[in-house]
Design a protein around this ligand. Structure first.
Ligand SMILES: *Cc1c(COP(=O)(O)O)cnc(C)c1O
Length: 409
């Protein structure tokens, strides 16, 4: 079994390109700002028609910028950091996680082709890949990506792409990326992994054989809930259409968001370690409480994918913990209003702990049957653990639980 490197270097030394512009030390008193500049320009002055023609034909890879929809210095800086974290050949940032998924689909699928999606994907991703793409004549089937036999059986001659999430929402099922990559290679299907919940601090899907990786940089990667950005990265041989699609469909990023995300990324490794240890502590605390019917956390021995997660994730199990209260929706309402120090926010990956209620937010469009299959009901609460002291998180959870009726004997 392929073993990924343990936690990759998440906070490398600052590169010379980040510290700009280069000082002219021949002039007395010249210094350099240590933090990168924010280049808000939407357009760049060109030297000549020849230069403009050259840059527009090569894109930012040619070493310069013309129009910020096609590239700008803050996007290049962030893309390069993400490329290194993923050990990818190529990487580009775009306006949101959804635009990264749209770019991958638009670059690699056309009318008459078929894609396979994991049946537990992020709700909006399912809407894009099964609903929106069907309008373009691209058909799809959903499979349980934890069942390798079912995935292999669902591949058809027209199948071009398989889309899975490293760790899914909200029951935190972990897929075997290396095994899926082998199945895909055999059938000439591209494997696209949404690595949002794991981040490259826990998993580098390209090392495991994935062709393309997308992430919502909005979440764990930025870590401060103040930007909306996405990442797409992958192998050189599947890349040529990605820059064309990002530019012509207008999926580009904003310089200030890129600057903030690059700043957040500097602490990725520290945050992921701390959030993961807090998540384990919270999961163990919740598992011991009689009001809690079940806890989903890949770091617990009780999780169905614990062994796989231990092998595939870099020694930590992520910041997300989901649990179901025995008392259903009324118990969840009591918990949410009593756990005053844990804000109800339907997002994740922030430095501060928050909670969400899948049934009324991320999973509201799911059928009753699918909810039962995924183990979600009105009593299910999803936590996104932050970096606070573990004991203050446990205290905040205890306050919430105190308002929930204990089970009747
Ligand atoms: C949030 C999220 C997305 C979409 O990202 P945005 O930045 O919100 O567009 C995609 N996949 C997963 C797993 C997510 O959590």
């Amino acid at each position: 079994m392929h073993q990924p490197e343990r936690l990759p270097e998440n906070s490398p030394l600052k590169s010379a390109e980040e510290i700009c512009p280069a000082p002219d030390f021949s002039k007395p008193g010249q210094t350099q700002p240590l933090s990168p500049s924010i280049h808000l320009a939407s357009v760049y002055r060109c030297e000549s028609p020849e230069q403009a023609d050259y840059l527009l034909s090569t894109g930012p890879d040619g070493g310069g910028y013309v129009y910020s929809r096609d590239g700008h210095p803050n996007a290049s800086l962030l893309s390069e950091k993400c490329r290194q974290l993923h050990a990818a050949d190529k990487a580009m940032v775009c306006g949101s996680g959804m635009s990264a998924l749209a770019a991958a689909a638009l670059a690699h699928l056309q009318t008459g082709e078929h894609l396979l999606v994991a049946n537990q994907l992020y709700g909006k991703t399912l809407q894009l890949l099964t609903g929106e793409l069907s309008r373009l004549g691209i058909t799809s089937d959903a499979v349980n990506a934890c069942d390798l036999g079912a995935v292999a059986a669902a591949i058809r001659p027209q199948t071009k792409l398989l889309v899975v999430e490293t760790i899914s929402n909200p029951t935190l099922r972990v897929v075997d990326v290396a095994a899926l990559a082998k199945i895909c290679q055999k059938s000439n299907v591209l494997l696209l992994v949404d690595n949002t919940f794991a981040s490259p601090a826990l998993c580098r899907p390209i090392d495991l054989g994935a062709d393309l990786v997308v992430e919502s940089l909005t979440k764990v990667m930025s870590g401060h809930s103040d930007v909306l950005l996405g990442l797409i990265c992958g192998k050189e041989r599947h890349w040529s259409r990605i820059p064309v699609v990002l530019s012509s469909w207008g999926l580009s990023s904003h310089p200030f968001d890129c600057w903030l995300a690059a700043r957040g990324l500097a602490t990725l490794g520290l945050r992921v370690e701390r959030c993961s240890s807090n998540a384990l502590r919270a999961a163990e605390f919740l598992e011991a409480d009689p009001r809690v019917k079940c806890v989903y956390y890949p770091g617990l021995a009780s999780h169905p994918d614990h062994a796989l997660a231990a092998r595939q994730l870099a020694g930590h199990f992520g910041s997300m913990v989901t649990f179901t209260l025995g008392g259903g929706i009324s118990a969840a309402k009591s918990f949410i209003s009593a756990a005053k120090k844990i804000p109800f926010c339907p997002s994740l990956g922030d430095v501060s702990t928050s909670l969400s209620h899948p049934l009324s937010t991320s999973h509201r469009a799911l059928s009753e049957e699918a909810r039962r299959r995924d183990g979600i009901d009105g009593g299910t609460i999803r936590l996104s653990l932050g970096i606070e002291p573990a004991e203050s998180i446990v205290d905040a959870l205890r306050e919430g639980l105190a308002a929930v009726e204990p089970p009747q004997p």
